[in-house]
Design a protein around this ligand. Structure first.
Ligand SMILES: Cc1ncc(C[n+]2csc(CCOP(=O)(O)OP(=O)(O)O)c2C)c(N)n1
Ligand SMILES: [Mg+2]
Length: 656
């Protein structure tokens, strides 16, 4: 049965027993686990051996193929079943028709989707069933559909491919709405597969009816306003066109929703045609090139979220070098600029409400400001309106900015930035641009605070020195989120995600899991206690899949951003937003045996705790005691004071 293969795959689903040869050399410890699992068919420990092997594959970014079969009596479907792994696919013991759900997972796997994130239920279980029979696509079980949606969002933002979320009808589907709203506002490609009750019961009192008939909640109307594409598939054969249409629409930036009634999911379809893919429009940057050729003086680029979505980081850097321009990023695109060693010429810092004061000065001093892939929301442009009004502003991207400018439309920033750079070489080069005088790095200056707990700034200094290059960071809302955006430099080669589209608390827990699945490396989640209380149970999901995610919970026993507002804007007369005592580290350690979880009360304990947490083979949690009375670096709460910052070490992309 088994063939020798260099590329070996693994399978953790349902603890399939091992029976075969692995040709790729693996460390002795892993080999031992394989051998011992082979000799322990049908025992519980087979599963743990399998998990260890699979984790090795996951962590070493190698595909381990475990050829296996289910011995009598322990099969997922019971009975005397022999399930062989053949070319990466499982075979069902009984030949079955090709269903709509089989078509969906086949198509998704064919376009490189590795994971579907969701919560199971009667009206989506057929999709989970179809995924079970493919080893090239895995259905992940989240704890809450909001987080399943943010897993898909984070997976997509990480650059791993299209994020896919699935949910059952009724409450399950309604729970995805807030997550899809974030993806819509931040224009993140996501596909949502939403189960619905069978069409025969539409408007006839079905459990969780969202058909819109006879007074039922109208799912199509609801999802249409939180998506760039929404279609209820009622004719099974329509999935062949609806699926690629939805994927193409999502790729233009935003969630696409397919509403799939249970009977449609189960229907047999004959066709296996992927349909037509829509072409993406590469905008011609000619007007921008013309303006840049005329620009006499420094050029400042403000880079946005579309640079991350299209992964146009390299093209942006080449354009920056050709123009000798300085680059700032909007807060939710912090990781798209910053070339180690080039200092402020490659990253001025972050714009807007949590941004660096030097950006406004750079823009004001420019002959031309080029917006790349950003709409410049209020969060992104606070403090820049005057400077932008005084200079010549051009833009290139898939949506026109909110500020007056000349805009070039493009669905494909990689293509358009390349065209722009080529247009600016040789005879067409921008010969009047000038290297600007270096600006010193600046930070917002805050009122001194010496109450109890760890200071946000000091905690970020420790993170900055302990987090190695390559680590991805996902940041949540609140005072701690603002502090991380302002103070923590992006790791070299790392991603930095923050959800400012809707700014929903708890985003980082699902998104961190999605990023870890997508990038297969250490992800650090930075979240407040309030965000944890909303969606922190996804820590259990990270544990279940043994993902390398370190959750840093900043526990100030409050919704501190709201406390700050009560203090500054409502005369500090009362507080709704302070909580009682908590011990999140110890609590989670008790709740989830095997999870590394600890509390840090003093800044001196943080470096060692962090090193230990980053070293764990799987998820880890540190709860850091801080204070709700500390003012964060958020301009709405401050005056205009600034101060300078320091040098950039090698694990950091650039310091802003
Ligand atoms: C889902 C959601 N509800 C409410 C808010 C409004 N809000 C913004 S920050 C914040 C408090 C955040 O508390 P926590 O996560 O503990 O962070 P902290 O500000 O304490 O650092 C609230 C309630 C929000 N952004 N998202
Ligand atoms: Mg808090």
């Amino acid at each position: 049965m088994a063939q020798r293969r260099d590329d070996v795959e693994y399978d953790t689903k349902h603890g399939v027993a091992l029976s075969a040869t692995i040709s790729t050399p693996v460390p002795a410890a892993i080999h031992h686990r394989i051998v011992s699992a082979k000799s322990m068919f049908a025992t519980e420990s087979v599963h743990s051996q399998m998990v260890a092997v699979a984790n090795y594959g996951f962590r070493s970014r190698r595909r381990l193929h475990v050829w296996g079969y289910r011995p009598t009596g322990i099969g997922h479907h019971g009975g005397d079943i022999k399930t062989c792994a053949v070319n990466g696919d499982r075979m069902h013991p009984i030949a079955r028709p090709h269903r709509v759900v089989d078509h969906i997972v086949e198509h998704l796997a064919a376009i490189g989707v590795d994971y579907v994130f969701g919560v199971d239920g009667a009206n989506i279980e057929d999709l989970y069933d179809a995924a079970y029979f493919r080893s090239d696509l895995t259905a992940i079980l989240a704890k809450h559909e909001f987080s399943a949606a943010t897993m898909a969002d984070g997976y997509s933002r990480s650059g791993a491919g299209l994020g896919v979320v699935c949910a059952t009808s009724g409450g399950g589907c309604l729970n995805t709405v807030a997550g899809l709203g974030e993806s819509l506002a931040s224009r993140v490609p996501v596909l949502a597969l939403i189960g619905q009750s069978p069409t025969s019961l539409d408007g006839r009192g079905a459990f969780q009816d969202t058909s819109g008939r006879n007074g039922a909640l109208n799912g199509e109307a609801l999802f249409s306003v939180v998506s760039v594409y929404c279609r209820r598939v009622v004719n099974p054969a329509d999935i062949v066109s609806a699926l690629p249409e939805a994927i193409a629409a999502a790729k233009t930036g935003g969630p696409a929703v397919l509403l799939l009634p249970k009977n449609v999911q189960q229907s047999k379809i004959e066709l296996n045609n992927s349909g037509q893919l829509l072409k993406r429009l590469i905008g011609d940057p000619y007007p921008v090139a013309q303006a840049l050729r005329r620009a006499a003086g420094p050029v400042t680029i403000i880079a946005g979220e579309q640079v991350a979505r299209d992964d146009a980081r390299a093209e942006l850097e080449q354009l920056r070098a050709a123009l000798r321009a300085r680059v700032a990023t909007v807060p939710d695109a912090k990781d798209v600029a910053g070339t180690p060693g080039l200092g402020s010429s490659s990253a001025l810092g972050v714009t807007g409400v949590m941004g660096h004061p030097g950006v406004a000065a750079a823009v004001a001093d420019s002959a031309l400001c080029l917006l790349v892939g950003t709409r410049m929301s209020v969060t992104a442009r606070t403090g820049l309106d005057d400077a932008l009004a005084a200079v010549s502003v051009y833009s290139i991207g898939s949506t026109a900015p909110y500020v007056p400018c000349t805009h070039v439309y493009t669905d494909d920033l990689r293509g358009s930035l390349l065209l722009l750079r080529l247009a600016l070489t040789g005879h067409g080069r921008a010969s009047h641009t000038r290297v600007p005088d270096t600006l010193s790095h600046t930070e917002l200056q805050l009122p001194t605070f010496d109450g109890a707990g760890v200071r946000y700034r000091t905690a970020m200094t420790v993170l900055d020195s302990e987090l190695p290059g390559g680590v991805d960071v996902v940041v949540d809302a609140g005072n701690i989120g603002a502090s991380a955006i302002h103070y923590l430099p992006v790791r070299r080669g790392g991603r930095f995600l923050v959800a400012l589209g809707m700014g929903g608390m708890g985003y980082s827990f699902g998104a961190g899991v999605g990023v870890a699945f997508g990038r297969r490396r250490r992800t650090v989640v930075i979240a407040g206690d309030g965000a944890f209380y909303m969606h922190g149970m996804e820590i259990h999901t990270a544990l279940q899949y043994r993902l390398p995610v370190t959750f840093l919970l900043f526990d100030n026993h409050a919704h501190a951003m709201c406390v700050t507002r009560e203090q500054l804007f409502y005369d500090d007369l009362y507080s709704y937003n302070r909580f009682g005592p908590s011990r999140l580290g110890a609590g989670l350690a008790t709740m989830f045996p095997g999870l590394f979880s600890t509390d840090v009360d003093d800044i001196d304990e943080l470096p060692a705790a962090l090193r230990a947490a980053l070293d764990v083979d799987g998820p880890s949690v540190i709860s850091i005691e801080c204070s709700a009375d500390e003012i964060p670096p958020f301009t709405n709460f401050l005056g205009n004071a600034v101060h300078n910052t320091k040098e950039t070490p090698s694990n950091v992309a650039v310091r802003a």
